[in-house]
Design a protein around this ligand. Structure first.
Ligand code: XLS
Ligand code: NI
Ligand code: NI
Length: 438
């Protein structure tokens, strides 16, 4: 018996059910365009918000019953948490989970103790994974909560802090590898600055570049076959984060020769905070060849911070799901619910309701996206818009056969007078809306 045992295993019961603790749309074995729903979504429950966050905010302390939390966390508490977490994962029917090193282990004060405590809980996690069949989408090291990281981890002005970060990442990467993790994530919450006045930007970027290179070197050394992912975010907690968005991460990866080795984990709310559309970030990553995985939470349109809310608007997600369906789905990535409950959601059932709502939202968006791709009208509209590039002129320009001078000579000679054409944006938007019927 754990905190989460009061809820029966969550099943698909269809849209008509009166049972709130059931899936209405997510039917894991339903085949959508040749692939099981579960394999399209590859959803994960995150350890930190779900089991490790007591519901505190900057104005108040924890509200949620999480009896295994305390300072310090002992091995017994870590094990009690693990028990509850895997009980929840199994009852929800989650195929994956994600974690930070410090979410799962007993508190450690020295690098040696850190390695030992992580190792100790790793064995327990491995046993739980084996008996439940739940898999690891990704692991990550928390390089932002401890006071030592106040000035950054890989971008710290102190090389001993940098070495501590190396200890944590090495340990967590190796644990992730042994647990069969499919990706390893680095979110640089403190890799940035609060003021440029005390910051050597070039030095910090070089430190960070070297750090990421070491991670990649180690990945190959130990034979980890998963994907290394960087998670962009523009700010919070730091005023400026170096990995501010997909474009900034790509420039960074190119500068340090890592663009073939590292991809991105895109979080919906981080895109919003960067002033970008979520679907833009996904499109940019696909264009640069660095799309990896997704943290599927949302922000609040009136709040300028990372509110980490569960998704509940399928239509908003459809433009992204269309891209995913066009690609045939994730490779090693998945949808990680990096989302947390509200402080008043104190009942164990609330955590189920939050995830069920989120999973059904994704399933709705997936079904709509599959219909849109099958229907083909959106793709035709887009192709039609670029039709001119199939002409002789378009082909010659694309093939690099014309110079600026010869092209301008041609325009003058032929007297080009292109007529304005509709971009059909309203039609495209209606197409999305009309397919959202699940
Ligand atoms: C914080 C990030 C964090 C990462 C994992 O905003 O989203 O939760 O996903 O370190
Ligand atoms: Ni995240
Ligand atoms: Ni976030």
């Amino acid at each position: 018996m754990t905190l989460f045992s009061s809820v029966e295993p969550v099943r698909f019961e269809g849209p008509q059910t009166r049972n709130e603790l059931a899936y209405r749309v997510y039917d894991k074995d339903r085949i959508v365009l040749g692939k099981r729903m579960e394999d399209w979504l590859r959803f994960a429950v995150c350890y930190w918000h779900s089991f490790n966050w007591p519901g505190m905010d900057i104005f108040g302390s924890g509200t949620l019953p999480r009896p295994w939390l305390g300072i310090p966390v002992t091995q017994a508490m870590a094990e009690q948490k693990l028990e509850a977490a895997f009980d929840f994962l199994a009852r929800l029917g989650a195929p994956y989970f994600t974690f930070h090193d410090v979410d799962v282990m007993a508190t450690a004060t020295t690098p040696r103790e850190h390695a030992a405590n992580l190792q100790r809980i790793e064995e327990r996690i491995a046993a739980k994974m084996a008996s439940s069949g739940v898999k690891l989408l990704w692991g990550t090291a928390n390089l932002f909560s401890h006071p030592r990281y106040a000035g950054g981890a890989a971008t710290s002005p102190d090389p001993q802090v940098y070495a501590w970060a190396a200890t944590q990442v090495r340990g967590c990467l190796e644990t992730t590898h042994r647990l069969g993790g499919e990706n390893y994530v680095l979110w640089g919450g403190r890799e940035g600055y609060d003021s440029l006045l005390n910051t050597d930007l070039r030095r910090e970027l070089d430190q960070y570049g070297r750090f990421l290179s070491m991670v990649v070197e180690h990945k190959h050394r130990i034979g980890f076959k998963g994907t290394i992912l960087v998670e962009p975010k523009p700010f919070e907690p730091t005023k400026h984060q170096y990995d501010r968005d997909v474009a900034a991460v790509f420039a960074f990866l190119q500068r340090y020769g890592l663009a073939q080795e590292v991809k991105v984990n895109i979080e919906v709310n981080h895109a919003t905070l960067a002033g970008l559309d979520f679907e833009h970030e996904v499109a940019a990553a696909r264009t640069y060849g660095i799309f990896g995985s997704i943290d599927i939470n949302r922000g609040d349109p009136r709040n300028g911070w990372d509110t980490d809310q569960f998704p509940n608007n399928a239509q908003e997600l459809v433009p992204t799901l269309v891209q995913l369906v066009q690609d045939g789905g994730f490779t090693t990535g998945g949808f990680n619910f990096d989302a947390k409950l509200r402080r008043q959601s104190v009942e164990p059932a609330d955590l189920y309701l939050a995830h069920i709502g989120g999973v059904d939202t994704l399933a709705r968006a997936l079904l709509a996206a599959a219909d849109i791709v099958t229907d083909g009208a959106l793709e035709r509209l887009r192709a039609e818009r670029y039709r001119g590039w199939d002409s002789d002129l378009g082909r010659q320009i694309s093939a690099g056969k014309l110079s600026l001078a010869s092209l301008s000579d041609l325009a003058v000679e032929k007297g080009f007078d292109p007529a304005p054409r509709s971009g059909r944006q309203e039609l495209a938007e209606s197409l999305i809306a009309r397919h959202c019927k699940y």
